[in-house]
Write a protein that binds this ligand. Structure first.
Ligand code: SF4
Length: 435
């Protein structure tokens, strides 16, 4: 939560012409945390002497470092306001303005390619920021109850453990997959928990094809109630419609690792299984030894040749990320393959995005990420803290410091991701046989 001593430490720095303020440390000595603002930012202070202004006017440049910032900025509100990067930049701009040191209502954000993007606050955005600020003040004064809401951003957020505990303790409606904060807030005056939704007589909320809840159709409410019931009763997963899966004797489960900030794809992994027999499994990987283009291309070339030659295999992957990344790689390295080649492979009957199949099933889980579903099916990753973000960090440790342990961790994690895809496929096959 907000700690004014950090604000003061940050605030004290910039009049003394420090060129930048970084979450973590300043000059390697002084602890200057601005974590209360929600993320690992770097503030670049640029001074302008306008008409001999004293103190000089300044603007702050906000650099994104290491990981995306959370949406909640540490204080979570019941109303559907979203305080993302622009909210933080508005806050910094406001601070300069109140100190009479601002050149205007704008700042800069560095994007994932290191480009500076100017951000101008028009009146509407500024009013939104002021409304959000007021809500934060009200919450901090204890005049308004705050509550978290599960979203796709939560797992990367520094508040995740705390919020997750609150969500579970409160049996919060956002635990129901795809219910979301906006719908939760609409329903909240009438239905507060998953258990209440599961047992509610929802006919009372029907209004023609819609419901009394703004933006919520009747069919969606029926579906969400079914999910709430399944979630509560831990009903086994089932298909919502029949599916037909290929029966090739050779299967490949495919997953890549890439750095979302630099855009480098450093690992292509495959678990191969024969005759649906897990004892035949073997892991094949193609890894770039450095983030340099030459090594990235080499790993891509080897992986592409492996895939293109596996004409007898059915290839499973999870979500569109692999297809999208391969299209980008083909544009970067056209001597390996063309975009048309990639599309032909990924759009063929022997290449299957398992997430699309999962979309035709219902699970008693909060989301349908590969980690959630494979864990539900009993699978465990060998690494105690598996995540794509951790994999990026291990890659850096390996290429920068030569840590072989870090390299092995990446490979184990990727192999387990591939194997988790197989576990989910087998669960779907079981569901299919029960239809
Ligand atoms: S964990 Fe989720 S709900 Fe909590 S502050 Fe972060 S983004 Fe918001």
């Amino acid at each position: 939560m907000l700690d004014w001593k950090y604000y003061k430490l940050t605030s004290d720095l910039y009049p003394r012409s420090k060129p930048s303020i970084c979450a973590g440390t300043q000059d390697g000595k002084t602890q200057i945390h601005i974590a209360w603002l929600g993320g690992p930012d770097k503030l670049m202070v640029l001074e302008h002497v306008v008409n001999g202004s004293n103190p000089p006017q300044q603007e702050w440049r906000l650099a994104r470092l290491a990981q995306p910032a959370p949406s909640g900025a540490g204080v979570v509100l019941t109303s559907p306001i979203v305080i993302r990067q622009n909210g933080k930049l508005a806050l910094y701009t406001d601070i300069l303005e109140r100190k009479g040191m601002s050149v205007g209502r704008h700042g800069f954000i560095w994007d994932s390619h290191g480009r500076e993007v100017r951000y101008d606050f028009n009146n509407r955005m500024w009013e939104k920021y002021l409304a959000a600020l007021e809500e934060v003040r009200t919450a901090l004064a204890g005049k308004q109850t705050t509550m978290p809401g599960a979203s796709g951003n939560c797992k990367q957020c520094v508040w995740y453990s705390y919020c997750d505990g609150e969500l579970l303790k409160n049996d919060d409606l956002t635990l129901v997959r795809e219910l979301g904060v906006t719908k939760r807030n609409e329903m909240y005056p009438h239905i507060k928990t998953v258990a209440e939704l599961a047992s509610a007589n929802i006919d009372q909320f029907k209004s023609g094809k819609r419901t009394v809840f703004r933006g919520l159709g009747w069919d969606t409410l029926v579906k969400l109630q079914e999910r709430a019931k399944r979630f509560n009763a831990k009903t086994p997963p089932s298909l919502t419609e029949p599916i037909k899966l290929p029966v090739n004797r050779r299967e490949l489960f495919f997953d890549i690792e890439d750095d979302t900030f630099s855009g480098v794809c450093y690992l292509h992994g495959f678990v191969e299984r024969m005759n649906h027999d897990n004892s035949t499994e073997r892991y094949v990987s193609f890894i770039a030894n450095t983030p340099n283009a030459k090594d990235e291309e080499q790993a891509f070339r080897e992986a592409w040749e492996f895939l293109a030659n596996a004409t007898d295999a059915v290839v499973y992957y999870y979500s569109h990320h692999e297809r999208t990344t391969y299209i980008k790689l083909s544009a970067k390295y056209p001597t390996v393959c063309s975009e048309a080649d990639v599309k032909k492979l990924f759009d063929s009957d022997r290449t299957i995005d398992l997430l699309k199949i999962v979309g035709r099933s219902e699970w008693p889980t909060r989301d349908t990420s590969i980690k959630t579903l494979a864990k539900f099916a009993g699978f465990r990753w060998r690494d105690p803290h598996p995540s794509g973000a951790a994999s990026m960090e291990w890659f850096r440790q390996w290429v920068d410091g030569g840590s072989v342990d870090a390299k092995n961790r990446i490979l184990d994690y990727n192999e387990d991701d591939c194997r988790a895809t197989r576990v989910v496929l087998d669960e779907i096959r079981k569901m299919s046989s029960r239809l």
